[in-house]
Design a binder for this molecule. Sequence first.
Ligand code: NAD
Length: 272
Amino acid sequence: MDIRVDMKDKVAVLTGGAGVLCASMAKELAAQGAKVAVLDLRKNDAEEVAEEINLKGGTALGIGVDVLNKQSLDTAKEVILKEFRTVDILINGAGGNSPEATTGPDRSFFDLTVDAIQKVFNLNFMGTILPTQVFGKVMAEQRKGIIINISSMAAYTPLTRTIAYSAAKAAISNLTQWMAVHFNQEYSKDIRVNAIAPGFLLTEQNKYLLIDEKTGELTSRGRNIINATPMGKYGVAEDLLGIVLFLCSDSASFINGAIIPVDGAFLAYSGV
Ligand code: NAD
């Protein structure tokens, strides 16, 4: 990256850190000098991301964590505090959708199970709240910290088919504003909570909806997205790095409770 931010001695915790977007953020934060804790349900993958960072001269820990399990988050917190002594930055990246909570030709709205809807809703919503209870408490105690949540274009206007994901991401945007106010009023004026709302980035969690498995061509939904994105392309993970660094820097010291789109103007376009 051509942006330099002084991250020396900063400790960043990323949930979903083995995923496409947050692994890229973890690597960039480490390259800027932060100590990074990569938390993911996929322990081996989290360790691999951390190893890659360490091999490049950075400092990282890979830890297997379920963001829906407080005990597992508490255990991770103990390890992180022992190794890195504090937490300055929390990126709540664990999240995503699942085919079982998505309507389609083989699954009508009326067929969706409570379990499938709750799984997706909880992963995104409770999976942001619980890590913030655990790591945000460290920030409340030290009266300083930066939290970044990951919302989505689905938060502004729901996307077709992804019922629970859209609702959960709308809840994340609302929660981001709530948390920004709550942490300032109850704990410190030096805690900031913002969210990034990525547009469409082709990653594992959405590939099945956007690329035809057999032909490798864009699905009709994939083509609709490109047509609805004035910049005419999908984003890539690297497109989020600039805003992450900015939000983690002192240059963003008066930005709090904001939800920032990174979307190639998808949100700005009415379709007409
Ligand atoms: P991804 O699937 O590559 O990454 C998500 C990661 O979360 C995975 O590594 C997964 O193992 C982990 N995870 C899942 N359940 C977990 C749990 N219970 N505990 C801990 N970790 C868990 O997806 P991504 O595209 O990198 O998405 C990252 C975030 O960005 C998600 O919140 C997603 O909803 C959001 N987002 C993505 C896009 C996009 O276009 N890719 C757009 C908007 C928002």
